[in-house]
Design a protein around this ligand. Sequence first.
Ligand code: PAF
Length: 279
Amino acid sequence: MKVLNTKNELISLLENYKKEGKKIGFVPTMGALHEGHLSLVKESKKQSDITVVSIFVNPTQFNDPEDLKRYPRTLEKDLELLKPENCDVVFAPSVEEIYPEPDTRKFDFGYLETVMEGAKRPGHFNGVGQVVSRLFDIIKPHKAFFGMKDFQQIAIIRNMVHQLHYNIEIISCPIIREENGLAKSSRNMLLDEDHKKNAPHIYATLKKAKELVSQKNVSEIKQWISDEINNNPYLETEYVEIVDEMTLQVTKEWEEKGNKVVCVAVYAGKIRLIDNIVL
Ligand code: PAF
């Protein structure tokens, strides 16, 4: 497994692979790797000849400086986890390497950035667009792999790929959960014992809600989810939304066509967790 820190080294290595006709799979991460990330690496290994994983905590996507400061950074452990997966290349650049000068680009994701994460974390998706487009420009992968936990992020990335005419296939992969149902997330390692014990209540509620859709209308079910989560003293919902899987349009009636996804953001103490379930 090659570990590189500079764009130039990475570009020349990948040029050689591409000359040999090898297909490049790319898994962008911010490190603090867990089984969710490793499932993306496994999928990339299945679908590509060479798998590149980037590890870069991107400052431009954090709208809260405290969140950026406390984001876990565990490079040595990450590399240990990637080796047994036979990951081919790890790209772990510095902030200066990715942003030699500040990125002033402003993306317009239209409606997609006005709901849920876009509404609650202003500037977040612009930062995601900045870093992912920079990484795509450097790596020029054939395919890039993203987890469904960040469901809205996938819609944003697909939109960016369309806007910037990238010839990159975006592959979305299922959420990986702990045995107790909690969606795997790098932020889980920041939870204290009490919050860790109670956080699985989020997914338990989403599962119950799925069973209740035939008995309640859309606004009743959103209220029910919110009450059910907020009744737990360790959890507080920031939003509960039900949207169309493809367009992210907010669902008002069950009769609207298309698959629906229930999305939540929940504070477990200071730690903000997101999760979703396809109905
Ligand atoms: O999903 C993430 O971890 C990040 O948003 C990403 C895609 C690696 C960009 O920094």
